[in-house]
Structure formats: structure tokens, C-alpha cells
Ligand binder design. Sequence first.
Ligand code: AMP
Ligand code: GLY
Length: 422
Amino acid sequence: MKVLVIGSGAREHALCRSLSLDSAVSAVYCAPGNAGIAQVAELRPVDALNAGAVADLAQQLDADLVVVGPEGPLVAGVADAVRARGIDCFGPSGTAARLEGSKAFAKEVMAAAAVPTARSYLCTTPEGADHALDAFGPPYVVKDDGLAAGKGVVVTDDLDAAREHAASCGRVVIEEFLDGPEVSLFVLCDGESVLALQPAQDFKRVGDDDAGPNTGGMGAYTPLPWAPEGLTEELLRTVAQPTVDEMRRRGTPFSGVLYIGLALTSRGPRVIEFNCRFGDPETQVVLASLATPLAGVLHASATGRLAELEPLRWREGAAVTVVVAAENYPGTPRTGDPIEGLAEAAKVPGTYVLHGGTRRGEDDHVLSSGGRVLSVTATGDTLEHARERAYEAVGLITLPGSHHRTDIAAKAIKGEITVTTG
Ligand code: AMP
Ligand code: GLY
């Protein structure tokens, strides 16, 4: 099978790496890719948001399967364009991708499917926003309705900051604050059936102890030793299957991955957000743990055959990834800095470095080219073991001005995460 992956982040690096290790795959292409992905896939230039250009490329390469990584191309209808050429594609149609593309649409579907989520208001005027902020009280949760690369959400106790963010968004969703540990669950869908991957936890805030602004994600680990038994089955029953059923009922079936972001509150799990693609950096640890070859799983999702798959197999032990971010991320990141120590980091046992934002400079040196530059991923017998390896490798890498969180998976290891059930 020849597979074309669309995107250029560490998530796409993880996807390409797993596909390159799958004996059913004869060629892995990535467009546009980055300096690290070039080690596991053949790169092709493309404007990933141009649906016709992606479909042309898939046809030229004679791809058997196209895997679309980021939400932008999905919302822009890339999967529709590829399928229109008779090529199998992993990822939802542009219409179904609205589950991520519009927070208001996602809320509407959740309400119709009776999926548990935060109570919310859609506001289009400053007066409406003030009313909603007043109704819920602090902490205030203010979300841009449209796509914002994980940075459109402000959670704050400061009423002025909440009002200011609301005013800057136009259409805005204001909702009740959900307390409790967060979980990311990826559910593969084929329009009808659902199949869950292993749950992971992401670290959204830029600084240790969840200080500072939201980011796209600064690290992740899996499995979750503190997760209540039966959590995945419960979420399939109460969230994933009802959502897939509702999308089908509307004539816009959802296939690809439904990424469910949740808080485990004292009143039970509540959906924080839906995304229509794999999460970054959670994918890095989930794929590090998946023992079943990836291509057949993605292909089954793309072709309506999930129900025919054997149960997925998972590796023993744990996986941890730590994101090394550029100076000033999540603001406008500084780019063009040289990265040293990649070869040394990759020698740490069970460890590999996935590239999120890198390119080759003129002298072939690897340079930073984005905000989340690297995702240093390690597996180990235990969470502690994987964490030690990941941080050992991070310590061997230098990137001027870079920063990373030092507490990825730390609370889970210390047993400090608890789920209160009411
Ligand atoms: P989102 O883009 O919707 O995932 O939001 C980004 C992050 O903001 C989430 O991962 C949470 O950490 C936080 N967040 C979003 N909505 C809520 C909420 N209703 N209550 C508490 N935290 C939230
Ligand atoms: N890790 C958060 C996201 O992918 O949206």
C-alpha cells in the first residue's frame, strides 16, 4: 500500500514513522513535511489547504490511501476532493469536519445526541457576552467559534480579560467551567462504527503547574494509571457512538478520528471539545504504544470496515512525549535557530525525536521553523521510566531560547491525580 500523509507537524512525523514500520506499506509520502519527516517519508511540496492540489498529488503518486493530519485541510474539503478521484482517504468530509471547525456546531450536535458537555451560550454581541459571563461567573471560559490552533480559548478569573477576548472573537461560545482532570480520547470512526485508541493526557498550558496561556499542547503521556475502570467503554457509549449516529442521521457521516477532549468532573465526564483529527502531541504517545500495524487500521476507517478489524493490540509499559518549543511560543515564535544534539538524543534507549517545526538550512543544518519545534518521545516499562528517558533526551538537545515543561506525567507518577465521582 502506498500512503500519502498531508501535514508538517510532529503528529505527521509520528504517523509517517509508524507507517514506515508497517510491512503492508510499500511507500510513505508526506506533503509538505519537514526536515525530520524526510527521514521516514519522501517529501512532496503542496499547499495543504488547496484541495485540488492535494488530490492531484495523490493521483500522481498513485496513492492507495491519503491520511490528512491537520484540521485546516479537512475543513477546506481535502478529503472530499481526494475521494472524488476514487482514492481512499482517512479523514472526515469538509461538512463533517465542522465538528471541529465550529464550536457552536459541535455544541448543537452534542445537544441533539444528548452528549454530556458544559452548558454554554453562543454570543454575537458584547451585551450577549456580558450576560453569559455574568450568568456563569468565574472562572470564565471564552471560546472563539472558529479554528484557532488551540489558542482561541481563554480561561480566566479576570472579567476584563474575558470580556476583551470575547470582543476580539466576534462569534463566541461562553460556557461553564469544568473542573477535574482532562483526558484526550481518539476514536476511529467509519461513518457508522467506532473504535477507541488508548486514552492519553495532554498539557495545554505553556508553563509548569499549568501556568501561563494555552498552547497547542506541551507534552503527553499514556496510559492513564488514574483513569476510572471502564472509562473508554463509557465514553464510546455516551459520547462517540451517539455523535456518529447523529452525524449519520443528518446525512453527513463522520469518518476519520473523532478526538474527544474531556474533563472528568465530579458529575461525570463532560466533553470540552471535539476535534476532527489526531491530537498533537497525544498522537506521538498513542502511536508509540500501538502494536497493531497502523496502515490497515486507518484504511479500515477510510473504507467503512472498522467492524471487521481484530481488537487492537497495545504495548506493555508507557510512553511520554515532551515538546521543545521556540522562544516566545505560544506568541509569535522566533524561528531560524540551529538545533544541536539530535543524534545524541536519539541514542537514549527507547527514545526518538519527532520534528514539529524544522527545516534544513543551506549547510544542511536543522533549523527551527515553527512554535512547537520538537516532540521528544520515549517508551519505557513504566511511566516513570519513559519520563526519565524523555527528559534525558531533552537535556541533550540545544535550541537557543527554547523552553519546555519539566512536569510532564509528574503528577500521574506521584499519584496526585484523582477523579472524584459524585
Ligand atoms: P479547547 O480548545 O476547547 O480544547 O480548550 C483548550 C483548553 O482550555 C482545554 O484543554 C481546557 O484546558 C481549557 N478549557 C476549555 N473549556 C473549558 C471548560 N469549560 N472548563 C475548564 N477548562 C476549559
Ligand atoms: N493537543 C491538543 C490538540 O491537538 O488540539
